[in-house]
Write a protein that binds this ligand. Structure first.
Ligand code: ISE
Length: 338
């Protein structure tokens, strides 16, 4: 039996939105880009031109009024997500929402309430690392108990440099948010406290950025995780995880497939950024989402995961601003998200 292609509207035609348009138009099955939305109409039209048959719109409301999409990839900046998500929930449209769900736990809670009122999980949050092969292998090893209990996680997250407009708080909200999600994903536990410490700083960071920073996370099961977040690391992009078990150490994160030995040196490529490092993870995330939407469900992190990580980020920013170890206080998890 053949399935009608899902008509996907990509809302926000910046770096991630444009990347998703190429992905959906190029190799995602059972879906096509039917609409591209951006306040910059010229940009929307340019990006729509990459996907045969896609129409461009200047607003989400115009796209919905034209009945131009069955589902949406939301790739606008996080501070615009709340209004867009409420509109989409009201219209009953499934959404793959790039992280963050919303910028703070209060607005994320309003999204949970709206979704529960609609009585259907429509939102999947774009924590793409959960679809990465290494992440999935490590998760399977943890769950198998093969090397005993997981005791600690050591996470390193390095970006070459910060884009214009990046702030010190964004080190937590935009970058460490992925580590909060990773720790929750690996351990299956909520995070109970966060501490951010700032030590020796690079001279190569942009004005106002304190880099690197060290984050200690403790989960409800007592596990400690530490994060080195370094957003001005110059050399390239790198995301490593080392897991300490009772009877072994497991490392993930080297994505290079080619190693060259020549002239007395052995070398592998270092990724230049997250779009290339997590390309396969994004592909699997979007294909799984499309297939799940065809079946009326989601296939990954839910709005609850978006809310829980927003609460971790709020604690992280409070700690970064001098509040020491900050507790993460979540509301009780509704049955709807169990
Ligand atoms: C960026 O917004 C991302 O989401 C990347 O995955 C992350 O590695 C980077 O630090 C963020 O700025």
């Amino acid at each position: 039996m053949s399935v009608e292609d899902l008509r996907v509207g990509v809302v926000g035609a910046g770096r991630m939105g444009a990347d998703h348009v190429l992905r959906l138009a190029g190799h995602i099955l059972r879906a096509r880009v039917s609409a591209v939305v951006d306040v910059d109409s010229e940009r929307a039209a340019d990006v729509a031109a990459q996907a045969p048959g896609a129409r461009s719109f200047a607003s989400l409301e115009e796209m919905l009024a034209a009945d131009a999409a069955d589902a949406v990839v939301l790739a606008t900046p996080g501070f615009l997500h709340e209004d867009a998500l409420i509109t989409l929930i009201d219209a009953g449209v499934p959404v793959l929402c790039e992280k963050p769900l919303t910028p703070d736990p209060e607005s994320s809670l309003r999204i949970l309430e709206a979704e529960m009122a609609a009585d259907r999980q429509l939102i999947q949050v774009g924590f793409m690392r959960r679809f990465d092969t290494g992440y999935r292998q490590l998760k399977a090893i943890i769950d198998s108990g093969e090397y005993g209990e997981l005791l600690m996680l050591h996470l390193q997250h390095r970006n070459p440099s910060t884009p214009p407009g990046f702030t010190n708080e964004m080190i937590i909200n935009d970058s460490v948010v992925h580590e909060f999600d990773a720790v929750r994903f690996f351990t299956g536990s909520e995070i109970e406290s966060v501490q951010v410490r700032i030590g020796r700083l690079t001279s190569l960071a942009a004005a106002g950025i304190q880099d690197p920073q060290h984050v200690t996370i403790q989960t409800s099961s007592g596990l400690l995780a530490d994060v080195e977040i370094f957003c001005s690391a110059q050399f390239g992009y790198q995301v490593h995880t080392q897991a300490t078990f009772e009877r072994g150490i497991v490392k993930i994160g080297d994505s290079s497939e080619v190693e060259v030995t020549t002239d007395g040196r052995r070398a592998t490529a270092v990724d230049s950024g997250f779009v290339s490092r997590f390309r396969h993870a994004y592909d699997i995330e979007v294909q799984d989402w499309v297939d799940a939407v065809h079946q009326g469900r989601i296939a990954g992190p839910s709005a609850w995961d978006g809310y829980a990580t927003a609460a971790c980020c709020a604690a992280g920013v409070a700690s970064q601003q001098g509040q020491g170890i900050v507790d993460v206080n979540l509301v009780a998890r509704p049955e709807f998200y169990s």
